[in-house]
Structures are given as structure tokens and as C-alpha cells.
Ligand binder design. Structure first.
Ligand code: NAD
Ligand code: TYD
Length: 367
């Protein structure tokens, strides 16, 4: 049976990758994207489906409860997949309010809208699902020998970002226990891939090498993250929607832990190799002197550590593996090369988000 999905934050990094994945795999379904187009949202991310009858874009805020109710009711939405969030830890340190507003109040507003239409009005109630996209950061930080996060690891968020996501996870759970809303939650590790906003580590390093700018390493660079190719996150959510049990949470990850400094050195090496193998790159990126000289790692610069910096994240995906048959399709070796290639081929995308021309376009379009 075909579905109608409401995808919040569908113009952001993971949301857009999810929409492209979904419409590629299920062309008979309809997807309504609701996105406020904050600095992180970009309609170019949806260019491949923008003229498709299967995708409708709505410019709006998840805190606008009447708008969300109308969308669920009028578009006959049966499945809500909630990505919209403020997502950058560093921004949550300097400006936590937006995180509380969108991640906590916004999620609660969505839950109220879903409850009202699906449960109170009983519209499209059959098979309804509220899937909440969360993060492994809610579990806090691990020591070097600690076992990886499981679904029953106690919550211990350390940044305003992770605390706001933890709060939203609890609200989602409460709307099942109290009102009977059909909910599922996924807690995923760090994603990477196309359309990743260049404020996050991997795209920041790639684009800074192309500008010959310093590669800032916080603290000693030995903090560990567990990286997953973004399409494999979409695949995990797909399996949860298909086979996941209501009111369950699933940890999604690919058992791929890397110290930050090692990942930065890996990207430097791949970039040196790309410039050595393709003389056209030096012409296209004349500023990239270090990469042209085969020495991108000379740009590495140690800087002051992030306050409250979590030392290590690691996901134990056993439950998703066993219950859902989840396995990532991409290895890190192939995924990081695909990602680098995407950034080399999509210079106009990252230049537009970095130089402000995309924002100017939004203001003209939407005021
Ligand atoms: P992102 O910052 O790239 O995109 C967020 C999107 O949400 C943007 O399109 C933005 O315009 C939209 N948005 C923000 N506030 C909104 C509001 N009030 N109303 C409507 N839309 C709004 O984020 P991302 O990296 O794609 O993350 C998506 C989700 O996945 C988040 O919930 C995040 O917590 C979670 N997550 C991210 C990662 C990761 O590595 N990036 C890992 C695990 C989980
Ligand atoms: P980030 O991509 O911001 O994701 P998160 O904080 O959600 O894990 O950062 C990944 C890791 O890289 C994190 O340990 C912080 C570190 N980092 C740097 O060392 N330098 C940077 O410039 C950035 C953005 C991150």
C-alpha cells in the first residue's frame, strides 16, 4: 500500500538525502516536505525531485501547530518522519535558545498536531506512525574501554544540543504511553555524505583544503566519533518504518569509530591523491596550494577545545541488526571517497551556501 509521508527538515542534510532515497525506492508514495529553510535548509538539496508530482514542498515552521494539523489532515499523511532540528553542537553552545525552541517545543508541537488529527479526529488513524530521528549524543560520552551505546544505556546529554534532543525523545515516548500515538525513535551516529553543511567536521575539512585554509582540530584531536554514510541512515529508518515495533528505539550505526585527527589526515591524503591524479583540479581550485603540493596536512592547526567536548561516541547496532536485518551498504573506504568526489563535483552547491547567495535567494523568494 502506498504511503503519504510528512518529512520535517527535508531540505536539510539528512532529511534531503532521505527524501531522495525514499522517492527513488518508492516512486508510488507521496512526500510532503515541511522545512523552515533556516541557514541549514537548502532547496537545492531537493533539486532532483523538485518537479516531481510525488514531492510537495511547504515552507513553514514545525512550531506552527495549525499548519501541521492541516497538512496531516488535508494531505492524508499516514507517516511523519521528523528530522527538523537545530543540529550543530558549537551553535548550541553560543546560542542554546533556538535549540530549545525547535528541538523541544517544535517536537512537542508536532506531537500535539499528530495526536489531534490521528487520535482525536481519527483521520488516517489506521497504520499511522510518528518516527522521531534522534542522535547517539543523548547517551553522553564514553571512555576508551566502555562498551558502545545500547538502547538501554542511560541518557546523559552534555551539550545544549544533546539535552534538547534527549528532551524531545522523552516527549515522543510519553505521547505513546499517555495517548497511544504510534511512535518509533532512531538514535544514529554521526552521518557524512552529500549536502552536509560545511560547518561540520568532514565537509569543513574538504572545503577548507580547497580554499587553503587552516583545518581546526579541537583540543588534542583524539576525540572519537562513529561515522555512517547518510544513505545508510535512510535505509535504517526505512527498515524501522517497515518492521520496527511501536514504542521501540533503535540505534543505527556501522561500527566505524575514528579519532578526529585520523579522519582529518585521511581526508588530507585523499585530497593530495585527487590533485595528483587530476591536473584539472589545480586549474579549478587555484587557491588549494597545499593540496597541489601534495601536502594538505600542513593546514592542520590545533585550536582551543570545545567546552564540554564529548570524548567518544560509539553505537552498538545489535538490536537493529537482529530485529530488522539492518546492515550498512557503504564501507567507510567507499563512502568517504564518494563524499569527496561529490564535493569536488558540486562546487556551486557549497559556494552558494558559504558565500550567502543562497540566503539572498531565499529572502527574495520568501521574504
Ligand atoms: P541540518 O541542520 O542539516 O538540517 C535541519 C533541517 O531542519 C534544515 O533543513 C532546517 O531548515 C530545518 N529546520 C530547522 N528548524 C526548523 C523548524 N523550526 N521548522 C521546520 N524546519 C526546521 O540537520 P541534519 O544533520 O540533517 O540532522 C537532521 C536530524 O538528524 C536532526 O534531528 C539531528 O538531530 C539528527 N541527527 C543528525 C546526525 C548528524 O550527524 N548530522 C546524526 C544523528 C541524528
Ligand atoms: P561535528 O561535525 O560538529 O559533529 P558532532 O559535534 O555532532 O560530533 O564534530 C565532529 C567532531 O569533530 C567533534 O569531536 C568536534 C570535532 N571538530 C573539530 O575538531 N574541528 C572542527 O572545526 C569541527 C567543526 C569539529
Amino acid at each position: 500500500m502506498s504511503k503519504v509521508l510528512l518529512v520535517t527538515g527535508g531540505a536539510g542534510f539528512i532529511g534531503a538525502n532521505f527524501v531522495l532515497y525514499w522517492l527513488g525506492k518508492y516512486p508510488q508514495d507521496r512526500v510532503v516536505v515541511l522545512d523552515a529553510l533556516t541557514y541549514a535548509g537548502n532547496l537545492d538539496n531537493l533539486a532532483a525531485v523538485k518537479d516531481s508530482d510525488a514531492m510537495t514542498f511547504v515552507h513553514g515552521d514545525i512550531c506552527d501547530q495549525p499548519l501541521v494539523e492541516a497538512l496531516i489532515r488535508d494531505q492524508k499523511v499516514d507517516t511523519l518522519v521528523h528530522f527538523a532540528a537545530e543540529s550543530h553542537v558549537d551553535r548550541s553552545i553560543t546560542g542554546p535558545d533556538a535549540f530549545i525552541e525547535t528541538n523541544v517545543i517544535g517536537t512537542h508541537s508536532l506531537l500535539k498536531a499528530a495526536k489531534k488529527v490521528w487520535l482525536d479526529e481519527e483521520a488516517n488513524v489506521e497504520g499511522h506512525r510518528f518516527h522521531h530521528v534522534s542522535t547517539d549524543e543523548v547517551y553522553g560520552t564514553l571512555g576508551p574501554e566502555d562498551p558502545a551505546f545500547r538502547e538501554d544505556t542511560p541518557y546523559a546529554p552534555n551539550s545544549p544540543y544533546s539535552a534538547s534532543k534527549a528532551a524531545s525523545d522523552h516527549l515522543v515516548r510519553a505521547y505513546h504511553h499517555t495517548y497511544g500515538l504510534n511512535v518509533t525513535t532512531s538514535n544514529c551516529s554521526n552521518n557524512y555524505g552529500p549536502f552536509h553543511f560545511p560547518e561540520k567536521l568532514i565537509p569543513l575539512v574538504i572545503t577548507n583544503i580547497l580554499f587553503d585554509r587552516a583545518l581546526p582540530i579541537y583540543g588534542d584531536g583524539k576525540q572519537i566519533r562513529d561515522w555512517l554514510y547518510v544513505e545508510d541512515h535512510a535505509r535504517g529508518i526505512d527498515l524501522i518504518l517497515e518492521k520496527g515495533r511501536i514504542d521501540e528505539t533503535y540505534n543505527i550505526g556501522g561500527i566505524n569509530e575514528w579519532a578526529n585527527i585520523d579522519i582529518v589526515k585521511l581526508i588530507c591524503g585523499l585530497m593530495n591523491e585527487a590533485f595528483a591524479n587530476d591536473s584539472g583540479l589545480a586549474e579549478r581550485f587555484p587557491e588549494a596550494s597545499a593540496a597541489q603540493a601534495g601536502n594538505a596536512e600542513s593546514l592542520i592547526t590545533y585550536v582551543k577545545d570545545r567546552p564540554g567536548h564529548d570524548r567518544r561516541y560509539a553505537i552498538d547496532p545489535t538490536k537493529a541488526n537482529n530485529e530488522l536485518g539492518y546492515q550498512p551498504a557503504e564501507t567507510f573506504e567507499t563512502g568517504i571517497r564518494r563524499t569527496l568526489q561529490w564535493y569536488l563535483e558540486n562546487e556551486s552547491w557549497w559556494r552558494a551556501v558559504m558565500d550567502g547567495s543562497y540566503r539572498q535567494w531565499i529572502e527574495k523568494q520568501y521574504g
